[in-house]
Ligand binder design. Sequence first.
Ligand SMILES: NC(=O)c1ccc[n+]([C@@H]2O[C@H](COP(=O)([O-])OP(=O)(O)OC[C@H]3O[C@@H](n4cnc5c(N)ncnc54)[C@H](O)[C@@H]3O)[C@@H](O)[C@H]2O)c1
Length: 401
Amino acid sequence: MDTVLELRCPPLPFVRIGLIGLGRRGMKTLERYAFIKDAAIRCLADIDPTRLDAANESLERSGRPRADLHQGPEAWREVCHRADIDLIYICTDWATHCDMAVEAMRHGKHVAVEVPAATTIDECHQLVETAEATRRHCFMTENCCYDHFALSTLEMAHKGLLGEITHCEGAYIHNLRDTFGLTGNTDNTAGNWMEKSCARHKGNPYPTHGIGPIGWLLGLHRGDRMDYLVSLTSRGCGPDHLLGRVNSTLIRTVKGASILLQLDVTTMRPYSRLQTVCGTKGYVQKYPVPTIKNLTGNTILTGEEALAEARLHTQMHAARLWQEGHRKNVPNEMNYTMDARLIHCLRHGLPLDIDVYDAAEWSCIAELSERSAREGSRPISIPDFTHGHWHDLTAYTMYSA
Ligand SMILES: NC(=O)c1ccc[n+]([C@@H]2O[C@H](COP(=O)([O-])OP(=O)(O)OC[C@H]3O[C@@H](n4cnc5c(N)ncnc54)[C@H](O)[C@@H]3O)[C@@H](O)[C@H]2O)c1
């Protein structure tokens, strides 16, 4: 089977979207697309009719036409089968992503799927095989790749300011103990699907926010690839042993770079994605305090000075879109940049920023970290989803018209 590296599809002058899942993230997605030109949400699917009504009211409030509604357990399939839709946007819980994405691609649609795109290695292979067989895009909506500091770091790396990158750190450290109902401070004592998934999982079920920007920096499947990982999970407390639980995963690439990934959603640690990059000529970190040091500067820049330095490296199309979002006063520039980039590439028939191999590589850490953590932190090989084509390309490229 031919790969879908740098997949180019016929340009779509206007992108017609079917949105599946109108929960918290789906509603935010619906609201965000009010700011995106040349795309419209044409139909909606959810099992819960109240979510659909709320979504249509939101469309109306923002001056957009109401969408066609599909309700019930098979509604998502109906949306995937419609002939008048170009892009299926999936905002449901993790367990449903792969089936929906595969069905959509089999029916000729491009896919945008929330993180993680898949929960098992088998699902990762299904996504890749279907994208290759159908020649459709499968874009995982990893918004953290479009963080302004991450984009500046990528530009600095491409300008050679960081030298050879030998080590990166990324994470999702976000205290969700109240959201999960672990502290008695909310009425969510029954928990929710994410809390239950995290409690069941013994590794890192949510690795993509941490690994996404690193994947671009290290050119994963664009000259390097992840070789193996080891993983370790701390004990947790409380009824489902989730409170205080922290997973740390170490990954080594074929070319010898190391990566630290962490997941911590229940300790008191302040929010962080680490975003730490060590190179032979420079050092960049976003959290807890933005810091930049490179050979061309005599001092270590921190805080506002580091942010000012980062703003000097904003020539890439995505960074310019981030500034555009800021000027438009959008609710979240990072998400605006992701949406605008996705639609830009679809409209111009360009390869997407995040391809199906990214989706598979970043998502597969969920199963592999759990396997390693359960087996005494045993090293586990990471599959090459490109069937040996991981060095056909030599660096990460973001395309623009
Ligand atoms: N990128 C980010 O920053 C970010 C932030 C929040 C959530 N997310 C991701 O978004 C996704 C959704 O999370 P959420 O918090 O919105 O969840 P949620 O539970 O609030 O919403 C899920 C929605 O999907 C619907 N649904 C479930 N199964 C369905 C089916 N078979 N057919 C149709 N509809 C179905 C539910 O009724 C619900 O309305 C997750 O993958 C999550 O990881 C990403």
